[in-house]
Design a protein around this ligand. Structure first.
Ligand code: H2B
Ligand code: FE
Length: 284
């Protein structure tokens, strides 16, 4: 497969990226990105990176901070998959090893990518059980914040959930719906992805609401914000127009609650059928 086009932060960092003024960081990030650009799935395992002590320290910080939050806030599927990956505080995991664990659990795989992909390409990967992941780390000056996906977010946020079959099937359904969809629908599916895979909540039993979205699970502040009662908590319905996504300026104004991953997957499949129905095509 050819190299995928990288949008957004791709190779040049935005001015508000914490590493913008750090040339050493920028060179390092570009070098790790180049490994992904040159990697071909057919040519063998994902190249291993020898992480620097500074990068290890960033990983150590992020893992130890987040681990404390999970027992209370993460959904049960996350908690039961987490140990499969055997994350160690003193060692940054290698994408190849993580991909092997994922393969053995749900038959998904990880493919390294140089930066943010265009939503259409990213969603298409999901249809084929392929999760595109960055391999570099966030800037060490702000270990609790990154404006773009980095290895900590991909591994701690996404991997345990993708090792759960019900969830993995839901994510695949989002990807499948994007194949052949027009730009408007790809944008809608980007929001579906955002409000589930990144910021989704799930009902557990009668009165518990737990997090499964990677963006929620990897943010201490976001979890507290949800618990404060300030944002709207709405039932998940992919047939409805979803609110604007909020990227940097604070937290989401609304979150969506799934009844179960299976139920959400069924809704997504119904949406995909409606989109492709020539008689009554779905439109928002
Ligand atoms: N690219 C990469 N590399 N990682 C992501 O998590 C990601 C992406 N998310 N491109 C996508 C866009 C998401 O925001 C939706 C599907 O557009
Ligand atoms: Fe993500």
């Amino acid at each position: 497969m050819s190299t995928l086009w990288v949008a957004g932060f791709g190779s040049d960092l935005a001015e508000d990226h914490p590493g913008f003024h750090d040339d050493v960081y920028k060179r390092r990030r570009a070098w790790i990105s180049s490994l992904a650009r040159e990697h071909r799935v057919s040519s063998g395992p994902i190249p291993r990176v020898e992480y620097t002590p500074e990068e290890v320290a960033t990983w150590t910080h992020v893992l130890s901070k987040l681990k404390d939050l999970f027992p209370d806030h993460a959904c049960q599927q996350y908690l039961s998959s987490f140990p499969y990956f055997n994350f160690q505080g003193d060692q940054v995991p290698q994408l190849e090893d993580i991909s092997q664990v994922l393969k053995s659990r749900t038959n998904w795989q990880v493919r390294p990518v140089a930066g943010l992909l265009h939503p259409r390409d990213f969603l298409a990967g999901l249809a084929f059980k392929c999760f595109h992941s960055t391999q570099y780390l966030r800037h060490h000056s702000q270990p609790s914040y990154t404006p773009e996906p980095d290895l900590c977010h991909e591994l701690i946020g996404h991997m345990p959930m993708l090792a759960n079959q019900g969830y993995a099937d839901l994510v695949q359904a989002i990807g499948e719906a994007s194949l052949g969809a027009d730009d408007k629908m790809v944008w809608h599916l980007t929001k579906v992805y955002w409000y589930t895979v990144e910021f989704g909540l799930i009902r557990e039993g009668r009165d518990h609401i737990k997090a499964f979205g990677a963006g929620v699970l990897s943010s201490y502040g976001e979890l507290k914000h949800i618990a404060s009662g300030a944002p709207d908590l709405l039932p998940f319905d992919p047939f409805q127009k979803l609110p604007k996504m909020s990227y940097k300026d604070g937290y989401q104004k609304a979150y969506f609650i799934l009844d179960s991953f299976e139920d959400a997957e069924q809704k997504l499949r119904a949406l995909a059928r409606a989109m492709k129905d020539p008689v009554q095509p779905f439109s928002l």
